[in-house]
Design a protein around this ligand. Sequence first.
Ligand code: THU
Length: 130
Amino acid sequence: MTEKELVEAAKRARQFAYSPYSNFKVGAAVLTKSGKIYSGCNIENASYGITNCAERTAIFKAVSEGERDFLALAVAADTDKPTAPCGACRQVIAEFKINKIIMANVRGDTKVVTLEELLPFPFCDNDMIL
Ligand code: THU
């Protein structure tokens, strides 16, 4: 599985974006350690705030199928620069310690960053006094 294939999976998922309010289509795909790909798109709602981003759709699909271990995530949209995950998605990416994030756009530009670069100083489980 190459970075390019994961980006292609994200782009394919993008076509299913449900984004009648923003008209902004986003696709994402995660690669599990076992070699499986789960993809997702953004899903908007008339109550705008409950919109689910593509990255979280992909991750939640995978986790709800029993996956916990991920190697990489790709995200793609029609942006000038490679599409960067929003803050909420960064927090979810950090939860599952996805260490490689491939940001892409539909015209083929990519930028690969680590989780540390994407979300320095994350809030994580060991910050909680349980
Ligand atoms: N969106 C994503 O799917 N991922 C991001 O990281 C940024 C934003 C979606 C949410 C909404 O449907 C649209 O893009 C505009 O914000």
